[in-house]
Design a protein around this ligand. Structure first.
Ligand code: O2Y
Ligand code: MN
Length: 598
């Protein structure tokens, strides 16, 4: 076994887990192309992977997961703190000792018949003072090749790590092989045996039983959000579920914007948006996660800790998001999409008919014209950020990019205007704390209403969410230069009229709202006070060439006091979940809103 490092703590940690997990082999991953090719060839030979047509999709591979292992599993995701209240009411909790006892039993002998891969990775550009290093051990070669896309992975990371500290990430698919036992295509454990466990106090991640996405690629949701959010609280920075984009105006001035939205709000589409207004451009720094720290100049700087996009394939098309589509032209791992007879990929909403004979994600043969589902709704591509046509020139800048504005938003068919600006950092924190999307009962099998997803962090906050709100307040208090704090806005692309007609076209036309936000940051446009915050004057949002009428604009920017009074009641219900842990500053913001509506 070549350890590739002299870091004694790391070598000892790996050796300890080798004793527990009893793999047949241990491989330290160097991240090289040769290693990647070797693993791909091995997975193709074993039947786990299919190589796509080299001319149509160079260096790209196709996978079908086990039908029970298709997404993050929130009810099997745990925050393990000594006191349950420190995990808070929005997380599944177990005590660290009990969870470690359960998992040590499961991990014992769990890699028999398999290889343990040691995967050093950096979240963020190597050597950036905002970046962090982790090491994942895993018995999944798919995890290795995926981590090579999603993070900076391999020997170079160990060189930067030296004797330093790393976040230890333990992963097994939980399917040991008896001598002579033939492996399955996608090994994993049954759902009730999966555990995605986080130990924030000791910065550890222990994942067992799933080989899919956020459950297995531990740098992403587990480290970059759940563990990092706790680190950020203790160290005074921000780890957020936010895209980062660079917006350039016709005069060539660029401002960077971070934005948090619950799922199904078009986050990746916004990150890669093609503006419909002449002269404006959007470049992509990241589509999912932002880590932000104050720079020496007092400005908040953000990096994208990831190196790839783990995007939802269905409904990604030339029409909805050509930049995401072309990010996966090559070097991509596709999971649970359709495999066409000419060894290409297909998914619902790709923009053309599915070829007869395509293999579905469930390995069935698609009959043209039938209503068979071809791709799983959570089918994914893992594509290199560097292959994105709109990647920002500063996306790998170790210093990060200066953030001028932070956006929140959800799917709100009524009540919430197209855009409004917070009056202050605390008011913006209040807006983030009440983010939510309206859901119909049928959509999620729950009661219809607003499903709150504060800061879009509901499944990703590694500690009590009310304390996380408090951390946001304290960032505003401790800011080295309060005048340089980003401005905070709420956007809502999803307003409908009383007949259920969308009032705003969305997609590239969202650039018209971004332009107003840009101009607010520059101080070149005025806003008007309202009970909920600062609103645009209708004439300051460019709707030229759109079918949006002045009456639509009035509706889009309307604040209906009665609807907002009902919203206040819903916010009180939402806050009540957190008892007396809600920061006083947020209760004060709620009281101000109520007073403004009286
Ligand atoms: O289902 C998964 O494991 C992936 S979830 C995901 C992937 C990329 C970006 N965001 C998410 C999310 O759930 O927010
Ligand atoms: Mn996400």
């Amino acid at each position: 076994m070549t350890t590739l490092t002299k870091n004694q703590k790391l070598i000892q940690w790996v050796n300890d887990w080798v004793k527990v997990m009893q793999p047949d082999n241990v491989v330290w991953c160097d991240g090289s192309e040769e290693e990647n090719n070797r693993l791909n060839e091995m997975m193709v030979a074993s039947g786990m992977a299919i190589k796509l047509d080299e001319k149509k999709r160079p260096n790209s591979f196709y996978y079908q997961s086990d039908p029970s292992d298709v997404a993050r599993v929130e009810n099997r995701t745990f925050i393990c703190t000594e006191k349950e209240e420190d995990a808070g009411p929005t997380n599944y909790w177990e005590s660290p000792a009990k969870m470690k006892e359960i998992l040590l039993a499961k991990y014992t002998g769990c890699m028999k018949g398999r290889t343990m891969y040691v995967i050093p990775f950096s979240m963020g550009p190597l050597g950036s003072n905002i970046a962090q290093i982790g090491v994942e051990i895993s018995d999944s070669p798919y995890v290795v090749t995926s981590m090579r896309i999603m993070t900076r992975m391999g020997k170079a990371v160990l060189d930067v790590l030296g004797d330093g500290d790393f976040v230890p990430c333990v992963h097994s698919v939980g399917a040991p092989l008896a001598p002579g036992q033939k492996d399955v295509k996608w090994p994993c454990a049954p759902i009730e045996e999966k555990y995605i466990s986080h130990f924030p106090a000791t910065k550890e991640i222990w994942s067992y039983g799933s080989g899919y996405g956020g459950n297995a690629l531990l740098g992403k949701k587990c480290f970059a959000l759940r563990i990092a959010s706790y680190m950020a609280k203790t160290e005074g920075w921000l780890a957020e579920h936010m895209l980062i984009l660079g917006l350039t105006n016709p005069a060539g001035v660029t401002k960077y914007i971070a934005a948090a939205f619950p799922s199904a709000c078009g986050k990746t589409n916004l990150a890669m948006l093609i503006p419909s207004i002449p002269g404006w451009t959007v470049k992509t720094v990241g589509d999912d996660i932002a880590w932000m720290k104050f720079g020496k100049d007092g400005q908040l700087y953000a990096i994208n800790p990831e190196a790839g996009f783990f995007g939802v394939a269905p409904f990604t098309s030339e029409q909805t998001n050509p930049n995401a589509l072309h990010s996966c032209d090559k070097d991509t791992i596709f999971t649970n999409v359709g495999l066409t007879p000419d060894k290409n990929v297909w998914w619902e909403g790709i923009g053309y008919d599915c070829p007869d004979g395509t293999i579905t994600w469930k390995n069935e043969v698609y009959k043209a014209g039938s209503d068979m589902q071809v791709a799983h709704p959570n089918a994914r591509f893992a594509a290199k950020a560097s292959n994105c046509p709109t990647i920002d020139p500063k996306w790998e800048d170790p210093a990060g990019v200066p953030i001028s504005a932070i956006l929140f938003g959800g799917r709100r068919p009524s009540t919430v205007p197209l855009v409004y600006e917070a009056r202050s950092w605390n008011h913006g924190t209040f807006i983030g704390s009440v983010v939510g999307s309206e859901v119909t009962a049928a959509a999620i099998g729950l009661a219809a209403g607003v499903r709150r997803d504060p800061f879009a962090m509901l499944p990703f906050c590694g500690y009590n969410m009310a304390d996380y709100f408090g951390h946001w307040i304290s960032i505003g208090e401790k800011a080295p230069d309060k005048a340089k704090l980003p401005k905070i806005f709420n956007v809502n692309w999803f307003r409908k009229d009383e007949n259920g007609r969308w009032l705003w076209p969305g997609y590239g036309d969202n650039s018209r709202v971004l332009a107003w936000i840009f101009n607010r940051c520059e101080g070149s446009v005025e806003a008007v006070e309202s009970p909920i915050g600062l609103l645009p004057k209708a004439q300051d949002i460019d709707i030229s060439g759109l079918s949006v009428t002045p009456a639509d604009m009035t509706e889009l920017l309307k604040v209906d006091k009665n609807l907002w009074k009902a919203e206040v009641d819903l916010i009180k219900e939402h806050y009540a979940r957190f008892g007396n842990r809600i920061p006083a500053a947020l209760n004060a913001e709620l009281a101000t809103l109520e007073k403004n509506l009286a």
